[in-house]
Design a protein around this ligand. Structure first.
Ligand code: 5GP
Ligand code: ZN
Length: 113
C-alpha cells in the first residue's frame, strides 16, 4: 500500500481524525477505533514502515522508542500497570493496516493464548 493511501499516515498528517493519547517526534499513540480491551491503544511510528520485517538498522532508535512509549503509557494507567503488547506482522498474522503498530492492551486480566 502506498503511503498516500495509509490510514495511519492520514492520522499522523492530521487529515483523518483520531483520539490522540500521546505523541513525540517519532511516535504517536491513538485509541483503537474498535477496542478489544478496556484500554486499547495503538503505538505507531510517525515514519511509514510496513511491518517489523521491513525495519532497517537505521530504524533501531525508533523501534526502541515504541517500547519506551509503552513503558510511559503504563505509568499513566490507573490501577494495575500490567499490559500486553501485540504486533500482527503480515496478513497471515492478522495485520490489516500495513503501517507498523503495537497494540497496547490493558485494563483487564488477560487470558493465556
Ligand atoms: P491490525 O489488524 O493491522 O494489527 O490492527 C489494525 C487496528 O487498527 C485494528 O485494531 C483497528 O481497529 C484499528 N483501526 C483501523 N482503522 C482505524 C482508524 O481509522 N482509526 C483508529 N483509531 N483505529 C483504526
Ligand atoms: Zn503509513
Amino acid at each position: 500500500m502506498s503511503q498516500h493511501a495509509c490510514v495511519f499516515c492520514a492520522i499522523i498528517q492530521g487529515s483523518l481524525p483520531a483520539h490522540i493519547i500521546m505523541q513525540n517526534d517519532a511516535v504517536i499513540v491513538i485509541k483503537d477505533i474498535a477496542p478489544k480491551a478496556p484500554v486499547h491503544y495503538l503505538i505507531i511510528p510517525k515514519k511509514h514502515v510496513t511491518d517489523i520485517t521491513s525495519l532497517e538498522q537505521q530504524d533501531a532508535q525508533m523501534a526502541g522508542q515504541l517500547l519506551l512509549m509503552a513503558q510511559q503509557l503504563a505509568s499513566h494507567l490507573s490501577g494495575s500497570q500490567a499490559f500486553r503488547l501485540v504486533v500482527n506482522n503480515g496478513a497471515d498474522a492478522g495485520q490489516k493496516v500495513f503501517h507498523l503498530h503495537l497494540h497496547f492492551l490493558s485494563g483487564q486480566v488477560m487470558t493465556d493464548f
